[in-house]
Design a protein around this ligand. Structure first.
Ligand SMILES: C[S@@+](CC[C@H](N)C(=O)[O-])C[C@H]1O[C@@H](n2cnc3c(N)ncnc32)[C@H](O)[C@@H]1O
Length: 244
């Protein structure tokens, strides 16, 4: 999402720039990153993200629901800036970040790296192929609205297998609802700054339906994130029989 970093995975054609097809397609975010350089971009990116999400509030809510001593899989972990906050709040947890992007977790603070495994270029299916690994919690934060609607069922099917294989009983899904001015701006940022042509924001009720269909028997409840940082919200999914 644009809110997770200006340079998103998607790309749009910049009129007049890529016309000849010799210059690779680049999102506006990627172009800004190139112009500013990584150091300045990091600061600009943080300020930009704050327009849409308070990563500390998300981390507070996640910290409240992740079980003690958990090993957490952060699916679609991105740059890892929100994870820094969570790891600072919860010094008892360890995390594996996976992401289909060729880089993941590049903003994780040095002092926290010892508790983080970073698996770039790794889908849920590929992670499953590494063999059974015990996990106590899974986090999917601002990922699902980037998964094209036609692929969401398969994504959630893989997620169900991951939860079952890992014996995981807690899933947290954080999303950004298409509500109000902030919601509309968030969509435009994802679509035109990150350049993700597939982005489609998901209202909470629709997400709950998707999760109910993918994880029959799961208990789904809203968390307080929607009250403290709307239109951000997070659903807590408890699995009595993990992943089933
Ligand atoms: C908007 S970023 C969110 C990053 C981070 N979770 C956060 O909350 O800031 C979405 C991330 O999901 C990743 N992603 C998209 N589809 C994915 C998939 N099918 N499996 C794993 N990661 C995926 C993207 O590469 C991107 O890094």
């Amino acid at each position: 999402m644009a809110r997770a970093g200006l340079a998103g995975a998607g790309a749009i054609r910049l009129a007049g720039v890529c016309k000849a097809g010799r210059i690779p397609r680049m999102s506006i975010g990627s172009l800004i990153r190139k112009v500013l350089g990584p150091r300045v971009f990091q600061h600009v990116g943080r300020a930009y993200r704050r327009i849409f999400v308070d990563v500390r509030k998300t981390a507070q809510v996640l910290a409240e629901i992740i079980p003690p001593g958990a090993h957490v899989v952060d699916i679609g972990g991105g740059d890892g800036e929100p994870l820094n906050c969570l790891l600072r709040l919860r010094d008892d947890i360890t995390v594996t970040m996976i992401d289909i992007s060729p880089v993941v977790g590049w903003m994780i603070e040095e002092s926290l790296l010892g508790r983080v495994e970073r698996l770039a270029g790794t889908s849920i299916r590929q992670y499953l192929q590494l063999g059974p690994r015990a996990i106590q919690a899974a986090v999917v934060s601002d990922v699902l609205h980037h998964v094209p609607p036609g692929q969401r069922e398969a994504f959630l099917g893989d997620l169900r297998d991951l939860l079952a294989q890992g014996g995981c009983s807690l899933l947290a899904v954080k999303e950004f609802a298409p509500h109000g001015l902030r919601g509309r701006l968030g969509y435009l940022a994802d679509r035109y700054v990150s350049g993700d042509a597939n982005v489609r924001l998901i209202p909470p009720a629709e997400l709950a339906d998707l999760l109910r269909a993918a994880l029959p028997g799961a208990h789904i409840e809203d968390t307080r994130l929607s009250r403290i940082d709307s239109p951000n919200y997070a659903l807590r999914v408890s699995l009595a029989t993990p992943g089933r």
